[in-house]
Design a protein around this ligand. Sequence first.
Ligand code: DSN
Length: 485
Amino acid sequence: MSEPLSTPLSTESTAFRSALEVIRAVEPRIADAIGQEVADQREMLKLIASENYASPATLLAMGNWFSDKYAEGTVGRRFYAGCRNVDTVEALAAEHARELFGAEHAYAQPHSGIDANLVAFWAVLAQRVEAPALERAGVRNVNDLSEADWAELRQAFGNQRMLGMSLDAGGHLTHGFRPNISGKMFDQRSYGTDPVTGLIDYEALRVTAREFKPMIIVAGYSAYPRLVNFRFMREIADEVGATLMVDMAHFAGLVAGKVLTGDFDPVPHAQIVTTTTHKSLRGPRGGMVLCDESLADQVDRGCPMVLGGPLPHVMAAKAVALAEARRPEFRDYARAVVDNARSLAEGLMRRGATLVTGGTDNHLNLIDVASSYGLTGRQAESALLDSGIVTNRNAIPADPNGAWYTSGIRIGTPALTTRGLGATEMDEIAGLIDRVLTTTEPGTTKKGAPSKAQHILDPKIADEISHRATDLLTGFPLYPEIDLG
Ligand code: DSN
């Protein structure tokens, strides 16, 4: 009798298995941690709006010899010799980004979103503060300024204004808030949302901009479930002489996938656009800057201006992910992300949950768990995690529980959409979330006082939901092409 034929391992399985074997031979605990992380990600319902799953090609592109190369500077203008292959990689990443987003210029080096924003801030400061100072002094380089002119320029750098979206309306810490370096660099003022509709109040923004006269207006968010009209924002910026910067980290995948077009596509409207590459764009962990030609030279000075040595292996992965995002199927993906967020919203609201703004137009929803379920965001987040559902707490506008405990839970669909879940599954997930939150109660401190952190959830319910979440996911395997053995 002949032996049964075993199915040959896929190329991806062989690649990842071999990599783990090589790592295991040196530090088995790291190989175990990597294997465990894949297992955890496969089992959990991942609804963190800023997370996703990069493709095997993107992940593999990061583990290579480019990690061993220094390449300060940028393509064709390096401070190190021997960068021809890094130049190839960085130029390709930038080319894919320009083509994908229709941008005049792209800079693929930032290591993260914070870094991308810092590159952008300093590019604008260089264009609007440094360049005129050099011109006035009749020199080309800051090293040629007199001590007095240099002191004056340094004062001027620290004396500029920025207008950004308030944190509780969904803005980001790097948009001028004091705990972040942007808040220490700029005199910041915030714009918010209408207390009734929850939508950005553009007229109030215009009034604030006229009065405050910022040098930079920052648009973009990490917890706002609606569209932003970037044409309006540019009009306001032009009216007050501000540069419009858009941080599209959260919704870059929706721009790439042509779900956000026209007034809602930031690239044709803003002078400078920053992003991360690992959220809805589904690339490796990192950042990127797009800009018009007038800022290109300043942006390219990001390293060594504010960035440490580039990570060429990550730029290689960015190039791969951007090439994937240029394929027609990425548009289907981006559309499905938004459709799924809407299905989740409808499922939650039908069951009685209150959503900030009453729904969503993008990849995320914000549940007001305080008014819907009498919980803080911290309690809801922990109860959901006990039940195998990974979300994160988030402040809501005028949050009575502050930025630490919060009253909101932010849920996003980019990751589960990558796994192939659709409207039916979203409705079931809405039911699981609602069941966890309706059966969770606020807990108490050890001394019996009310606590904003502790929660009470019957472990049997948590187990039941957790099992259902895992069962649901077995129909949508993460990396079906990879068998780690
Ligand atoms: N940490 C990201 C998010 O979760 O929105 C933004 O920096």
